[in-house]
Design a protein around this ligand. Structure first.
Ligand code: ZN
Ligand code: ZN
Length: 256
């Protein structure tokens, strides 16, 4: 059994809860400690029950709350060497993880897999509990083989669906920023996210949570509509539950 809930998602901060019968972890802590505590409490969890923190990359929307959490709670914080070196993090029980190397953690098996993004050594996470698996795939510029494989092995996927390309191109971002977003080390569009699931998901996939939606260049409605229209081709995924991760409050709790 795995439970997954987004506490915050987007450029203003990311934090994802993942729990099994035996343990609870957080992936990223890009909002304040207080907000993490409050939002966990609102879904019936406590920060004191979190056994580990796992960081995808050093951008501030993924690590803003790490120092404050480390000051108050004695939790191991896991990240790649490149992420630690390029963050300004200094306090905490840091554990260096190697990308593309699976390890055991409190009954879970965790694979930090390398992804393309404009950070030093960014990773996504494939988290397994027995035969159940969940992927956290956010801030990815393109769907490399690691990303495709992770989706194919998952029952739950938290997947970046950052922007609608038309809104981005017509929007007020500078030319440079637009290029950065659509680039191979930028962010996944609604179409790229949907095509990834269309092509790679196995029929075991139960939940997709569209995440890291741009406030400027996307809406929940457009992201959902794009995803559902593309995925409707997969008749074997008619059972699929699709939802969005919110910027400012917890999502649905997904269970598989
Ligand atoms: Zn981000
Ligand atoms: Zn990022």
């Amino acid at each position: 059994m795995l439970e997954v809930c987004s506490l915050a998602s987007g450029s203003a901060g990311n934090c994802y809860y993942v729990g099994s019968e035996n343990t609870s972890i957080l992936v990223d802590a890009g909002i304040s400690r207080k907000e993490i505590e409050n939002r966990l409490r609102s879904i019936g969890k406590e920060m004191s029950c979190i056994r580990g923190l796992f960081i995808t990359h050093e951008h501030s929307d993924h690590i803003l709350g790490v120092d404050a959490l480390a000051k108050k709670y004695d939790i191991p914080i896991h990240m790649t060497a490149g992420t630690l070196e390029n963050s300004a993090l200094t306090i905490g029980d840091f554990n260096i993880i190697e990308k593309d190397k699976e390890f055991a953690f409190n009954g879970l098996t965790i694979l930090p897999f390398s992804i393309n993004h404009d950070a030093a050594e960014p990773v996504g996470f494939l988290i397994r509990n027995g035969s159940t698996s969940a992927s956290i795939i956010t801030d990815v510029g393109c769907c490399c083989n690691n990303v495709r494989k992770s989706v194919s092995e998952s029952d739950i996927v938290v997947l970046e669906s950052n922007h609608d390309p038309f809104m981005l191109m017509e929007g007020r971002y500078s030319k440079e920023l637009k290029q950065r977003v659509i680039g191979q080390k930028g962010h996944l569009s609604n179409y790229e996210a949907a095509l990834l699931v269309l092509e790679c998901a196995k029929s075991r996939l139960k939940h997709v949570m569209l995440s890291h939606l741009s406030k400027e260049n996307n809406t929940e409605k457009i992201a959902m509509k794009t995803f559902l229209s593309i995925i409707s081709e997969r008749k074997d995924l008619s059972h699929l539950n699709t939802c969005v991760a919110y910027r400012d409050r917890p999502s649905q709790i997904l269970v598989a």
